[in-house]
Design a protein around this ligand. Sequence first.
Ligand SMILES: Cc1cc2nc3c(=O)[nH]c(=O)nc-3n(C[C@H](O)[C@H](O)[C@H](O)COP(=O)(O)OP(=O)(O)OC[C@H]3O[C@@H](n4cnc5c(N)ncnc54)[C@H](O)[C@@H]3O)c2cc1C
Ligand code: FES
Length: 276
Amino acid sequence: MASEYLPKQAEILSVKKETADTSRFRMKFVDPADREAFEYQPGQFVEISVMGAGEVPISITSSPLIDKGYFELCIRDTGKVTREIHKLGEGDIVGIRGPYGNSFDIKSMQGKEVLFVVGGLGLAPLRPVINGVVASRDEYKGVKILYGARTPGDMLFNEDLDEWSKIDGVEVLTTVDRADDSWKGNVGVVPKLFEKTEIEPKKTVAVICGPGIMIKFVMKDLLGMGFKEKDIWLTMERHMKCGIGKCGHCNIGTKYVCIDGPVFTFDQIKDLPDPY
Ligand SMILES: Cc1cc2nc3c(=O)[nH]c(=O)nc-3n(C[C@H](O)[C@H](O)[C@H](O)COP(=O)(O)OP(=O)(O)OC[C@H]3O[C@@H](n4cnc5c(N)ncnc54)[C@H](O)[C@@H]3O)c2cc1C
Ligand code: FES
């Protein structure tokens, strides 16, 4: 039996620069059997490796519904391994293990409004969730996407934001921490966008991803508005190694983020030490 730590080879098909430090890598498995076997759900991640550099967990940003025959990862150049990935281009080979982790149960959100509250790179794991919801838009009461980035140049997936905003019943609000001359939109942190829209907590499910500090403030506001803890979904990041519940690196309290998560509802994590 093949080792569960053995990566499968995937070829990079294209690299799209999203911002100065973040690119979207489209890839497909070299072996058609691996391509066939790779089934994932919104919210899951893979372990991507580069020979001689190491392995890191990255969320899958493509949608199983839309993107057929390939998958996409949106990766920020932050350190040793991600820097090596950014040196790669079309035709280069990486190792992939996964998909790992749990996923968003978007069917359970049907009949409600879905409020996405997103900061920076948090849009990468939530992109397939948003695509899954808007693909069956009529099944949901409505969709609101509140997205913030540090500067206009740090906004990811601008084409998607534009496309989503054109869909009937989908509201997209964006903001930046620091504007430049080109920016005519909102300026301020993501929670400021709550003032710009009508939210009915009893009829809404919130889905959050972003930096810990953003999550802290967003949680305070949502609970203050009267959201039920089980109606707030988050996807969490922790330092990981194995990705499959063996090494303990991603442990917080009673949970292993790699197998119990990375997707949780607030009631599942609220009592854990320093959850975000
Ligand atoms: C489930 C999951 C999904 C992720 N999805 C994405 C994604 O879609 N796109 C993306 O760009 N990144 C994602 N990350 C973060 C990514 O794994 C780290 O940026 C990467 O491991 C850094 O490795 P490195 O060797 O390049 O940097 P290193 O040289 O190891 O570290 C550089 C800096 O990043 C910090 N860091 C390293 N790992 C993490 C981590 N897991 N969380 C927070 N800070 C970290 C280090 O403390 C250090 O300050 C995800 C992480 C997890 C756990
Ligand atoms: S990363 Fe090894 S147990 Fe979660």
